[in-house]
Structure formats: C-alpha cells, structure tokens
Ligand binder design. Structure first.
Ligand code: B12
Ligand code: SF4
Ligand code: SF4
Length: 327
C-alpha cells in the first residue's frame, strides 16, 4: 500500500504534521556512533544518555517488547520560528512557542492520540515515543525515510528542513505499507552550521555535538549556577535553547519562505510573547521577586518550566555578562 492511503493528509496537516514515515526496523542504524559518542563522554552532564537506559536504546523491543513497526511523524514549529526570526527575538528556541506555547510533550501526546484514533486496525497495541523515552528518535525517523543527519546532527528533511519535533507510535503489528529506504546525505561540502556555532560544539566529521559545549544544554538542562560555555559571548545571547546551527542551514530557507500561518499562543500563555520584549534586567528583577513556587506555577505546562528560578537567573546573568543586554 502506498503511504498516502493510510491517513487523510488534510487531517495530518491540520495537526501540524509536515511528513510521516514507516519502518519495521527495531535496531538503530547508528548505534555504534551513539555508543562511541557516550564512551568518549560527549554527553557531559546528560547522564541519562549513559546509564542503564543505554541498553534500552539498542533495540526498540527493549522498550516495547511487542514491537513490529513504527509510524514516525514530524510536527512543525515553522510558524513560531518564522515569527521569532522576523521579530529578531533570537533568545528562545523556536520549539518553545511552536505548540501554542505548551510543553510539546503534553501538546503532541494529544495530537498522537488523534492520529492513532483514526487508525482503524483491530487489536492494535501501541507505545508513544516523544523525546523522553530511551529511543534514538532521529535514527528512527532516518529509518522511516524522513531525512538525513546534518553536520549539526539534526535530522533534516529535504522538503521541510529541520524545524520540527519527532513524535512516533510503536505498534504491535506490521502495516501493509511499502518499505522505505533511508535518505542519502545532502550537506555536501557545506559547513555553515559548524562555522556559525559560537561555542565550537559541532564535530563535522562524526556529525555529533559535544553536549557540554552546547548552549542548548547550558540554558535548558543545567539548573544550577555555572559559567556559560566558552564562546557564549559570540552568541546572540540565547536565554532558552539555541537554534543558531539550524537558522544558518540552507535547507531551512525554502520551508520558512512557504510558511503562511501566524504564530499562535493559547490565550492563557500569551504573556510569553510579552516577556520576550522585556529587557533582560526587567525579566531578572521580575524573577528575583517571585518565590520558587509561584515562578514554577506561572510557567507550569510550558517548556520554560524546566530550569526553575535558579536556572533562569543563571541564563539571564550569562546574557547580561555577554553584553547582549541591549534589548
Ligand atoms: C539529549 C538530547 C539533546 C542534547 C544533546 C543533543 C545531541 N545532538 O545529541 C541537547 C540538550 C544538547 C539537545 C539540544 C537540542 N535538541 Co535535543 N534531544 C536529545 C535527545 C533526548 C537524545 C539525543 C541523543 O540520543 N543523542 C545522542 C547522540 C549521539 O545522537 P545524535 O547527536 O543525534 O547523533 C547521531 C548522528 O550523529 C548520527 N550520524 C551521524 N552521521 C551519520 C551517518 C549515518 C549514515 C547514520 C546512519 C547516522 C549518522 O549518529 C548519531 C547516533 O544516532 C533527543 C530525543 C530522543 N529521545 O532521541 C532530542 C532531540 C534530538 N532534540 C531535538 C531538538 C529539537 C533539539 C534542539 C533543536 C533544541 C533547541 N533549539 O535548543 C537542540 C539542537 C542541538 C543540536 N544541534 O543537536 C529533536 C531533534 C529534531 C530533529 N529535527 O533532529 C529531538 C529528536 C527531540 C524530538 N523528539 O524531536 N538535545
Ligand atoms: S544548538 Fe547552538 S551551541 Fe548547540 S551546536 Fe547548535 S549552534 Fe552550537
Ligand atoms: S548548515 Fe550545511 S553542513 Fe550544516 S546541516 Fe545544514 S547543509 Fe549540512
């Protein structure tokens, strides 16, 4: 069966799905690369990538024993990204505003529920993979024919670029769909992402990044007061996540030029947009005056909840120290 006959494509578009793919391969094709990466300690403080869960990543059946196949979906945040670039609000990553301001783990589970409910297959059992599971999701998307690994280590789709979140459904049955073959490399001689990365975190040879050097790790994953990685002063003063190596990538130009939709935020979260226009000093004093509890409560259900008050103050301090307090 050709893949377009399984779903109503219009419905998928309405759910923000740019493309989807299918695979029956349980074992990642890049397992050796992941193992070498962790053996060389490139995960730095991200211990969950190198503990007992390492074994689980070796085979999808270790996570979902009944695995027979997977449907993999690419959920767009292109609208949010376009808005941030046009407004020159580089400080936060595109995905943060991409799902109406909601934490994507929550928002996309809901959309996957809608996708699964439209599958009319008897006795189907399924398991969702949405970032937090011990599954190499880029590799899964690669196996499903959805793109190639860019030198910035992003999974890039030839038509849609890389501004998307990968969400997958593992199934206990095979579906009558044509087999897909993984895409080939389309980076060629380009090294724009590695040249633009302010902290030199990208290794173009292995197409991986050194996580402790990455601004995304520093601003999202580290909650305690620590110094910013060397080179941060050459960044755009990112305070939550980093898209520099995607914003520079030529494969993201066309997809953004086609975007016609507007940035949408839930009414209750529209204040997030306002925050982006506050100077760092104003945001800092606002956060300092909040208790830990009330700050968390304000951000609950958004991606910004993660680093907590201490993490936010660390991020803002790094921005101010990097002399990017120009806003
Ligand atoms: C840990 C993690 C991070 C860490 C480490 C990032 C990293 N590159 O590993 C940090 C905090 C830095 C991070 C940052 C970001 N992340 Co993140 N992250 C993850 C997570 C949880 C695990 C990734 C992992 O296993 N890394 C291990 C390393 C070794 O894998 P890798 O870097 O992808 O390397 C692979 C390639 O190098 C590949 N390879 C290289 N050459 C070749 C050649 C061939 C032929 C083959 C087959 C393979 C291959 O093999 C390696 C092993 O698979 C995944 C979710 C998940 N469960 O998978 C999300 C995920 C990778 N992150 C995602 C996103 C959106 C981001 C950010 C853009 C967020 C932001 N704006 O700040 C940045 C991007 C930074 C970057 N350039 O990677 C998306 C990526 C979507 C996409 N289009 O690729 C994911 C998939 C989450 C999701 N469900 O959508 N992230
Ligand atoms: S996300 Fe930013 S810091 Fe991390 S590799 Fe890309 S450009 Fe470098
Ligand atoms: S910027 Fe160039 S090298 Fe980097 S991922 Fe994009 S095409 Fe590949």
């Amino acid at each position: 069966m050709r893949k377009f006959s399984l779903f109503n494509e219009e419905k998928l578009r309405a759910l923000g799905i740019l493309d989807w793919g299918y695979t029956e391969e349980a074992i990642p094709l890049s397992l050796d690369r992941y193992e070498k990466w962790t053996d060389d300690f490139n995960h730095g403080p991200l211990n969950y990538l190198n503990d007992h869960r390492k074994e689980l990543r070796r085979d999808l059946r270790h996570v979902f024993p009944e695995f027979q196949s997977a449907l993999v979906f690419l959920f767009s945040y292109q609208e949010a990204k376009k808005w941030l670039l046009e407004e020159k609000r580089y400080e936060v990553a595109g995905y943060t505003l991409g799902f109406e301001g909601e934490d994507y783990h929550r928002a996309l589970k809901n959309r996957l529920d809608q996708v699964v409910s439209s599958l009319d297959i008897p006795d189907i059992k399924f398991f969702y993979s949405l970032d937090a599971q011990p599954i190499l999701e880029r590799d899964l998307a690669y196996r499903a024919g959805l793109g190639w690994f860019g030198k910035n280590s992003m999974l890039i789709n030839k038509k849609e670029g890389s501004y998307f979140i990968i969400g997958s459904v593992l199934l206990n049955q095979k579906l009558p769909l044509d087999k897909t073959t993984p895409d080939v490399d389309h980076c060629g001689n380009c090294t724009a992402c590695a040249d633009a990365c302010p902290t030199n975190a990208i290794d173009v040879e292995t197409r991986t990044i050194n996580a402790p050097l990455c601004i995304s790790t520093f601003t999202i994953e580290i909650f305690k007061e620590v110094d910013a990685p060397e080179g941060f002063d050459k960044s755009r003063g990112e305070i939550f996540g980093c898209d520099i190596c995607q914003d520079i990538c030529p494969w993201n130009r066309k997809p953004l030029s086609r975007v016609i939709g507007e940035l949408k935020l839930k009414d209750s979260l529209s204040y997030l947009k306002e925050w982006l226009f506050w100077p760092s000093s104003k945001l800092t004093s606002f956060i300092q005056n909040e208790s830990n509890r009330s700050f968390r409560k304000k951000l609950f259900g958004t991606p910004f909840d993660r680093p907590g008050k201490e993490g936010w103050l660390k991020n803002l301090k790094a921005r101010i120290n990097s002399k990017r307090n120009d806003l």
